[in-house]
Design a binder for this molecule. Structure first.
Ligand code: MG
Length: 423
């Protein structure tokens, strides 16, 4: 058996954890640069649509106050890790599937407690430790666990915990007959539309479709979904997700960039961040690419976009090498006269170690003490007391993202830790 734990309205709930006075008020979260609405609390759903541009929401009148936040991913990731840690204390195998969803191996649970009891225990434990509420769905396959979790959210009378047992196929059928096909895990809107034109409207219709037909008309992936809906587990739990093949840091600018110095600063800062991520992953990279582009929405303005890669002869995880390589790549593609909207740095050909044949004639030599220096740098920056960075990115640069309604980094910066007042 699998369980899926999903945090209710994750981003909005995290913001509320630290602002109890707005617990019952509408909350919305904006995308990078405060562009559009990417998350809503349940109270905000009647007022604001997903994806609505912020400039349209801003001037509208609402019957009650709406609390608006810029997205604070440092905070969301930190809370996501706390939820994950809670679940790992209670279950032997947990796979983080997304920032707010975790699959749990629930095999053997029913021997000691019912699935529902176990789900409710998890729910209470996570709420006590993090202030966040999870829903838990159980199923014999991951897809059925997802369907159970969906139903738990749809019908509040289940109290957020619902188990679909193989011993009770009627109940599973009933639930699948009520689930729109596009809500099935791995289906989505686009495939859902196509299925509907074929008369497959519910999860149960999909479960009863012939696997061979689905494979031919769609893909082996959707065929696997059909099997999973029928109680055949095809997608195992991944204990350790496979190491990433690429790491990217890229952002849209708060304002368009037109001069080289500003662009170079942006690229330096992305390179610095991407190098940190590389070290967090415990990897070394062999390729560093920089890319930039204008915005497709700047109608009437000349458009341009390009990417260049610097190949490194030896694997590195040293910020200095990565920044240097990223700037070299930028120099190859930089063209003046454009209004740039976005740039980024991508690392690829990642390996868990830096061992490579050192080439005697190579200009790039391994830096002495590199690993020690980078470890020290990361440890200092993680301490949260100060940040040491590279000067190339500039100080308080003008190109930075707009995040005008950002909540504090409550959990990752000492200076912003929440204060408690005793009355
Ligand atoms: Mg969720």
């Amino acid at each position: 058996m699998f369980a899926l734990a999903d945090v209710n309205s994750f981003y909005a709930s995290v913001e509320k954890v630290f602002r109890p006075e707005i617990r019952n008020e509408p909350v919305i979260i904006l995308s990078n640069n405060d562009g559009c609405v990417i998350a809503r609390s349940k109270e905000a759903k009647p007022y604001v649509r997903m994806g609505e541009p912020w400039f349209q929401v801003k001037d509208r009148d609402f019957p009650e106050r709406i609390n608006v936040f810029s997205s604070n991913y440092a905070l969301y990731h930190s809370l996501s890790q706390r939820v994950m840690a809670c679940l790992e204390e209670r279950a032997p195998h947990v796979e983080q599937y997304s920032i707010d969803e975790m699959f749990i191996d629930a095999t053997g649970i029913s021997a000691s407690a019912s699935f529902e009891d176990f789900g409710r225990q998890l729910r209470t434990y996570v709420r006590t430790c993090t202030g966040l509420t999870i829903g838990v769905g159980f199923g014999i396959s991951k897809t059925l666990a997802k369907s159970a979790q969906w139903a738990g959210k749809e019908w509040p009378q289940f109290g957020g915990v619902l188990a679909l047992r193989p011993e009770n196929p009627r109940r599973t059928e009933k639930l699948l007959s009520l689930q729109p096909v596009e809500e099935v895990w791995g289906v989505g809107r686009r495939i859902g539309k196509k299925l509907q034109t074929l008369g497959i409207r519910t999860a149960l219709d999909l479960a009863r479709a012939r696997p061979a037909f689905i494979r031919k008309t769609f893909s082996v992936v959707l065929e696997r979904t059909v099997r999973e809906l029928n109680g055949e587990s095809c997608i195992p739990l991944e204990d350790a997700p496979p190491p990433r093949q690429q790491i990217v840091v890229s952002r849209s600018f708060g304002e368009r960039i037109t001069d080289y110095d500003a662009m170079r600063q942006a690229v330096c800062s992305y390179a610095e961040r991407v190098a940190e991520k590389l070290r967090e992953d415990g990897q070394y990279c062999h390729h560093v690419a920089s890319f930039l582009r204008t915005s497709p929405f700047d109608a009437g303005k000349p458009g341009y976009g390009n990417t260049a890669t610097t190949r490194l002869s030896t694997g590195t995880r040293d910020s200095r090498d990565i920044i240097q390589a990223a700037v070299r790549a930028l120099d190859a593609i930089w063209r003046p006269g454009f209004r740039y909207a976005k740039a980024g740095v991508m690392l690829s050909e990642l390996r868990p170690d830096g061992v490579a044949q050192l080439n005697l004639f190579e200009e790039q030599q391994m830096r002495r003490g590199s690993d020690e220096l980078m470890d020290l740098l990361d440890a200092m920056n993680r301490s949260g007391r100060f940040r040491i960075g590279f000067a190339g990115k500039g100080i308080e640069p003008a190109w930075q993202m707009k995040r005008e309604m950002l909540s504090p980094a409550y959990t990752t910066r000492w200076g912003e830790i929440p204060k408690a007042h005793l009355l």
